[in-house]
Design a protein around this ligand. Structure first.
Ligand code: NAP
Length: 279
Protein backbone atom coordinates (compact mmCIF):
# COMPACT_ATOMS: atom_id res chain seq x y z
CA UNK A 1 0.00 0.00 0.00
CA UNK A 2 1.42 3.35 -1.06
CA UNK A 3 2.50 6.01 1.40
CA UNK A 4 0.50 9.23 1.13
CA UNK A 5 2.22 12.39 -0.09
CA UNK A 6 0.44 14.65 2.38
CA UNK A 7 0.21 18.13 0.88
CA UNK A 8 -2.02 19.43 3.65
CA UNK A 9 0.52 18.59 6.34
CA UNK A 10 3.41 20.11 4.39
CA UNK A 11 1.36 23.23 3.64
CA UNK A 12 0.79 23.76 7.37
CA UNK A 13 4.51 23.37 8.06
CA UNK A 14 5.45 25.85 5.29
CA UNK A 15 2.81 28.40 6.32
CA UNK A 16 3.89 28.17 9.97
CA UNK A 17 7.48 29.01 9.01
CA UNK A 18 6.36 31.77 6.65
CA UNK A 19 4.23 33.42 9.33
CA UNK A 20 7.27 33.78 11.58
CA UNK A 21 9.28 35.17 8.68
CA UNK A 22 6.62 37.75 7.78
CA UNK A 23 6.37 38.79 11.46
CA UNK A 24 10.07 39.64 11.35
CA UNK A 25 9.61 42.10 8.43
CA UNK A 26 9.27 45.79 9.23
CA UNK A 27 6.92 46.35 6.30
CA UNK A 28 4.42 43.74 5.17
CA UNK A 29 4.47 42.14 1.69
CA UNK A 30 1.38 42.80 -0.37
CA UNK A 31 -0.36 40.46 -2.82
CA UNK A 32 -2.89 41.93 -5.24
CA UNK A 33 -5.23 39.48 -6.95
CA UNK A 34 -7.25 40.61 -9.97
CA UNK A 35 -10.46 38.73 -10.67
CA UNK A 36 -12.48 39.48 -13.80
CA UNK A 37 -16.11 38.34 -13.83
CA UNK A 38 -18.12 36.10 -11.55
CA UNK A 39 -16.76 32.58 -12.21
CA UNK A 40 -17.79 30.77 -8.97
CA UNK A 41 -14.71 28.48 -8.89
CA UNK A 42 -12.38 31.45 -9.46
CA UNK A 43 -14.10 33.34 -6.63
CA UNK A 44 -13.46 30.46 -4.23
CA UNK A 45 -9.78 30.20 -5.30
CA UNK A 46 -9.26 33.95 -4.97
CA UNK A 47 -10.89 34.13 -1.54
CA UNK A 48 -8.75 31.20 -0.32
CA UNK A 49 -5.63 32.97 -1.51
CA UNK A 50 -6.65 36.20 0.21
CA UNK A 51 -7.54 34.46 3.48
CA UNK A 52 -4.32 32.45 3.54
CA UNK A 53 -2.23 35.55 2.84
CA UNK A 54 -3.97 37.54 5.56
CA UNK A 55 -3.43 34.75 8.10
CA UNK A 56 0.29 35.08 7.43
CA UNK A 57 0.26 38.85 7.90
CA UNK A 58 0.59 39.50 4.16
CA UNK A 59 -1.56 42.40 2.97
CA UNK A 60 -3.94 41.04 0.39
CA UNK A 61 -6.39 42.82 -1.83
CA UNK A 62 -8.79 41.35 -4.39
CA UNK A 63 -9.78 43.68 -7.23
CA UNK A 64 -12.95 42.30 -8.81
CA UNK A 65 -13.84 43.75 -12.22
CA UNK A 66 -17.06 43.07 -14.10
CA UNK A 67 -16.65 40.72 -17.07
CA UNK A 68 -17.21 43.56 -19.57
CA UNK A 69 -14.08 45.48 -18.50
CA UNK A 70 -12.01 46.32 -21.59
CA UNK A 71 -8.59 44.80 -22.12
CA UNK A 72 -7.02 48.27 -22.08
CA UNK A 73 -8.57 49.12 -18.70
CA UNK A 74 -7.16 45.91 -17.28
CA UNK A 75 -3.70 46.52 -18.76
CA UNK A 76 -3.72 50.09 -17.39
CA UNK A 77 -4.50 48.75 -13.90
CA UNK A 78 -1.66 46.24 -14.12
CA UNK A 79 0.74 49.04 -15.16
CA UNK A 80 -0.43 51.09 -12.18
CA UNK A 81 0.26 48.13 -9.85
CA UNK A 82 3.66 47.54 -11.50
CA UNK A 83 4.58 51.11 -10.58
CA UNK A 84 3.17 51.00 -7.05
CA UNK A 85 6.04 50.54 -4.58
CA UNK A 86 3.64 49.15 -1.98
CA UNK A 87 2.65 46.20 -4.20
CA UNK A 88 4.88 43.13 -3.94
CA UNK A 89 3.05 40.60 -6.08
CA UNK A 90 0.40 40.64 -8.81
CA UNK A 91 -1.78 37.68 -9.71
CA UNK A 92 -4.42 37.73 -12.44
CA UNK A 93 -6.84 34.88 -11.84
CA UNK A 94 -7.44 32.79 -14.96
CA UNK A 95 -9.53 32.14 -17.00
CA UNK A 96 -10.27 35.60 -18.42
CA UNK A 97 -13.30 36.50 -20.57
CA UNK A 98 -12.78 35.77 -24.27
CA UNK A 99 -12.45 39.40 -25.38
CA UNK A 100 -9.33 39.82 -23.22
CA UNK A 101 -6.02 38.37 -24.43
CA UNK A 102 -4.48 36.28 -21.66
CA UNK A 103 -1.13 36.70 -23.39
CA UNK A 104 -1.33 40.52 -23.39
CA UNK A 105 -2.32 40.51 -19.74
CA UNK A 106 0.51 38.20 -18.64
CA UNK A 107 3.02 40.11 -20.79
CA UNK A 108 2.11 43.33 -18.97
CA UNK A 109 2.87 42.08 -15.46
CA UNK A 110 6.34 43.14 -14.33
CA UNK A 111 8.55 40.00 -14.05
CA UNK A 112 9.66 41.24 -10.63
CA UNK A 113 6.01 41.12 -9.40
CA UNK A 114 5.02 38.01 -11.37
CA UNK A 115 4.04 35.76 -8.46
CA UNK A 116 2.87 32.97 -10.79
CA UNK A 117 6.12 32.94 -12.77
CA UNK A 118 4.14 33.05 -16.03
CA UNK A 119 5.64 36.10 -17.78
CA UNK A 120 7.77 35.48 -20.89
CA UNK A 121 10.85 36.67 -18.99
CA UNK A 122 10.38 34.18 -16.16
CA UNK A 123 9.28 31.38 -18.51
CA UNK A 124 12.25 32.08 -20.77
CA UNK A 125 14.64 31.92 -17.84
CA UNK A 126 13.15 28.60 -16.75
CA UNK A 127 13.27 27.10 -20.24
CA UNK A 128 16.86 28.21 -20.80
CA UNK A 129 17.90 26.35 -17.67
CA UNK A 130 18.54 29.40 -15.48
CA UNK A 131 16.73 30.81 -12.45
CA UNK A 132 13.45 32.70 -12.96
CA UNK A 133 12.54 35.33 -10.35
CA UNK A 134 10.08 32.76 -8.98
CA UNK A 135 8.92 29.33 -10.18
CA UNK A 136 5.28 28.63 -11.19
CA UNK A 137 3.26 27.64 -8.12
CA UNK A 138 1.86 24.20 -8.96
CA UNK A 139 5.12 22.69 -10.30
CA UNK A 140 7.00 24.27 -7.41
CA UNK A 141 4.54 22.72 -4.94
CA UNK A 142 4.94 19.31 -6.57
CA UNK A 143 8.74 19.41 -6.23
CA UNK A 144 8.50 20.59 -2.61
CA UNK A 145 6.22 17.64 -1.88
CA UNK A 146 8.53 15.12 -3.58
CA UNK A 147 11.55 16.58 -1.77
CA UNK A 148 9.76 16.44 1.58
CA UNK A 149 9.40 12.67 1.19
CA UNK A 150 13.00 12.25 0.02
CA UNK A 151 12.01 11.06 -3.45
CA UNK A 152 15.04 10.91 -5.71
CA UNK A 153 14.61 12.67 -9.06
CA UNK A 154 18.06 12.43 -10.59
CA UNK A 155 18.24 9.79 -13.32
CA UNK A 156 14.59 8.81 -12.84
CA UNK A 157 12.08 8.62 -15.67
CA UNK A 158 9.34 11.15 -14.98
CA UNK A 159 6.24 10.99 -17.17
CA UNK A 160 4.00 14.05 -17.13
CA UNK A 161 0.48 13.78 -18.53
CA UNK A 162 -0.57 17.26 -19.70
CA UNK A 163 1.36 20.06 -21.40
CA UNK A 164 -0.36 23.20 -20.14
CA UNK A 165 1.61 26.35 -19.34
CA UNK A 166 0.55 26.21 -15.72
CA UNK A 167 1.56 22.61 -14.97
CA UNK A 168 3.08 20.27 -17.58
CA UNK A 169 5.45 22.55 -19.49
CA UNK A 170 7.11 24.34 -16.54
CA UNK A 171 7.24 21.11 -14.52
CA UNK A 172 9.03 19.36 -17.40
CA UNK A 173 11.81 21.96 -17.23
CA UNK A 174 12.03 21.90 -13.45
CA UNK A 175 12.39 18.11 -13.47
CA UNK A 176 14.93 18.33 -16.27
CA UNK A 177 16.90 20.87 -14.24
CA UNK A 178 16.89 18.30 -11.42
CA UNK A 179 18.38 15.70 -13.82
CA UNK A 180 15.28 13.57 -14.29
CA UNK A 181 14.61 12.05 -17.71
CA UNK A 182 11.33 13.64 -18.72
CA UNK A 183 8.55 12.54 -21.08
CA UNK A 184 5.59 14.86 -21.61
CA UNK A 185 2.35 13.26 -22.85
CA UNK A 186 -0.87 14.90 -24.07
CA UNK A 187 -4.18 14.07 -25.68
CA UNK A 188 -2.52 13.05 -28.97
CA UNK A 189 0.09 10.80 -27.39
CA UNK A 190 -0.08 7.25 -28.72
CA UNK A 191 0.32 4.27 -26.40
CA UNK A 192 -0.05 6.35 -23.23
CA UNK A 193 -0.30 3.20 -21.08
CA UNK A 194 2.98 1.82 -22.47
CA UNK A 195 4.77 5.10 -21.72
CA UNK A 196 3.35 5.33 -18.20
CA UNK A 197 4.42 1.73 -17.52
CA UNK A 198 8.06 2.86 -17.87
CA UNK A 199 7.73 5.76 -15.40
CA UNK A 200 9.42 5.94 -12.02
CA UNK A 201 7.43 9.11 -11.35
CA UNK A 202 4.02 9.84 -12.90
CA UNK A 203 2.53 13.32 -12.68
CA UNK A 204 -0.96 13.54 -14.11
CA UNK A 205 -2.52 16.92 -14.96
CA UNK A 206 -5.14 16.10 -17.58
CA UNK A 207 -8.33 16.97 -15.69
CA UNK A 208 -9.69 13.56 -16.69
CA UNK A 209 -9.63 10.08 -15.26
CA UNK A 210 -6.60 8.84 -17.23
CA UNK A 211 -4.54 6.72 -14.78
CA UNK A 212 -5.42 3.30 -13.41
CA UNK A 213 -3.36 1.00 -11.22
CA UNK A 214 -2.75 -1.56 -13.96
CA UNK A 215 -0.97 1.10 -16.07
CA UNK A 216 1.70 1.73 -13.41
CA UNK A 217 5.11 0.21 -12.79
CA UNK A 218 5.34 -1.41 -9.37
CA UNK A 219 6.83 0.96 -6.78
CA UNK A 220 6.48 4.13 -8.86
CA UNK A 221 5.58 7.52 -7.38
CA UNK A 222 2.24 9.03 -8.42
CA UNK A 223 1.37 12.73 -8.22
CA UNK A 224 -2.22 13.58 -9.06
CA UNK A 225 -2.68 17.21 -10.09
CA UNK A 226 -6.12 16.86 -11.65
CA UNK A 227 -9.16 18.04 -9.78
CA UNK A 228 -12.67 17.88 -11.16
CA UNK A 229 -16.20 16.74 -10.29
CA UNK A 230 -17.24 13.31 -11.55
CA UNK A 231 -20.72 12.47 -12.87
CA UNK A 232 -21.95 12.07 -9.25
CA UNK A 233 -20.63 15.51 -8.28
CA UNK A 234 -17.77 14.00 -6.24
CA UNK A 235 -14.40 15.80 -6.29
CA UNK A 236 -11.77 13.54 -7.75
CA UNK A 237 -8.39 13.47 -9.47
CA UNK A 238 -6.96 11.95 -12.65
CA UNK A 239 -5.81 8.82 -10.85
CA UNK A 240 -7.92 5.88 -9.72
CA UNK A 241 -6.69 6.03 -6.13
CA UNK A 242 -7.99 2.58 -5.10
CA UNK A 243 -6.05 0.63 -7.74
CA UNK A 244 -3.06 2.97 -8.06
CA UNK A 245 -2.32 2.95 -4.32
CA UNK A 246 -1.96 -0.86 -4.48
CA UNK A 247 0.89 -0.55 -7.00
CA UNK A 248 2.66 2.76 -6.23
CA UNK A 249 5.15 3.38 -3.43
CA UNK A 250 3.93 6.96 -2.88
CA UNK A 251 0.75 8.67 -4.05
CA UNK A 252 -0.74 12.13 -3.61
CA UNK A 253 -4.46 12.19 -2.77
CA UNK A 254 -7.14 14.49 -4.20
CA UNK A 255 -8.04 16.53 -2.29
CA UNK A 256 -5.14 17.07 0.11
CA UNK A 257 -2.15 16.58 -2.20
CA UNK A 258 -1.10 19.09 -4.83
CA UNK A 259 -3.88 21.65 -4.19
CA UNK A 260 -2.62 22.74 -0.74
CA UNK A 261 0.95 22.82 -2.11
CA UNK A 262 -0.07 25.26 -4.86
CA UNK A 263 -1.35 27.77 -2.32
CA UNK A 264 1.69 27.26 -0.08
CA UNK A 265 3.91 28.00 -3.10
CA UNK A 266 1.97 31.15 -3.88
CA UNK A 267 2.68 32.39 -0.36
CA UNK A 268 6.35 31.37 -0.63
CA UNK A 269 6.59 33.24 -3.94
CA UNK A 270 5.02 36.38 -2.48
CA UNK A 271 7.58 36.40 0.33
CA UNK A 272 10.44 35.61 -2.10
CA UNK A 273 9.44 38.56 -4.30
CA UNK A 274 9.31 40.79 -1.24
CA UNK A 275 12.78 39.75 -0.15
CA UNK A 276 14.23 40.09 -3.68
CA UNK A 277 12.59 43.45 -4.36
CA UNK A 278 13.61 44.96 -1.06
CA UNK A 279 17.19 44.19 -1.97
P1 NAP B 1 -5.46 22.02 -19.41
O1 NAP B 1 -4.88 23.32 -19.78
O2 NAP B 1 -6.86 21.67 -19.82
O3 NAP B 1 -4.49 20.88 -19.92
C1 NAP B 1 -4.82 19.52 -19.84
C2 NAP B 1 -3.71 18.73 -20.51
O4 NAP B 1 -4.04 17.36 -20.43
C3 NAP B 1 -3.54 19.07 -21.99
O5 NAP B 1 -2.17 19.12 -22.31
C4 NAP B 1 -4.22 17.89 -22.69
O6 NAP B 1 -3.64 17.57 -23.95
C5 NAP B 1 -3.96 16.76 -21.71
N1 NAP B 1 -4.96 15.72 -21.81
C6 NAP B 1 -6.30 15.85 -21.80
N2 NAP B 1 -6.90 14.65 -21.93
C7 NAP B 1 -5.90 13.74 -22.03
C8 NAP B 1 -5.87 12.34 -22.21
N3 NAP B 1 -6.99 11.62 -22.30
N4 NAP B 1 -4.68 11.74 -22.29
C9 NAP B 1 -3.53 12.44 -22.19
N5 NAP B 1 -3.49 13.78 -22.03
C10 NAP B 1 -4.67 14.42 -21.96
O7 NAP B 1 -5.47 21.79 -17.85
P2 NAP B 1 -4.53 22.38 -16.66
O8 NAP B 1 -4.89 23.78 -16.42
O9 NAP B 1 -3.10 21.99 -16.86
O10 NAP B 1 -5.12 21.50 -15.46
C11 NAP B 1 -5.15 20.10 -15.50
C12 NAP B 1 -5.89 19.57 -14.29
O11 NAP B 1 -5.15 19.93 -13.15
C13 NAP B 1 -7.27 20.15 -14.08
O12 NAP B 1 -8.09 19.17 -13.47
C14 NAP B 1 -7.04 21.30 -13.13
O13 NAP B 1 -8.18 21.62 -12.36
C15 NAP B 1 -5.95 20.71 -12.27
N6 NAP B 1 -5.08 21.69 -11.63
C16 NAP B 1 -4.93 21.56 -10.29
C17 NAP B 1 -4.07 22.42 -9.63
C18 NAP B 1 -3.89 22.26 -8.18
O14 NAP B 1 -3.31 23.12 -7.54
N7 NAP B 1 -4.34 21.13 -7.60
C19 NAP B 1 -3.40 23.42 -10.32
C20 NAP B 1 -3.55 23.51 -11.70
C21 NAP B 1 -4.40 22.62 -12.34
P3 NAP B 1 -3.66 18.60 -25.21
O15 NAP B 1 -2.58 19.62 -24.91
O16 NAP B 1 -3.34 17.74 -26.36
O17 NAP B 1 -5.03 19.20 -25.24
Amino acid sequence: MAQILDGKKLREKILGELKLKVESFTQKPSLVVILVGENPASKIYVNNKKKTAQNLGINSEVINYPSDITEQELLDKIEELNNDKNVTAILVQLPLPEHISKENVINTISPSKDVDGFTPYNFGKLFSGSEPVVYPCTPKGILLLLDEYGIKLEGKHAVIVGRSNIVGRPLSQMLLNRNATVTVCHSRSENLSDIIKTADIVVSAAGKNVIKGEMLKSGCVVVDVGIFKDENGKTRGDVDFETASQVASYISPVPGGVGPMTIASLMLNTVELYVKNSG
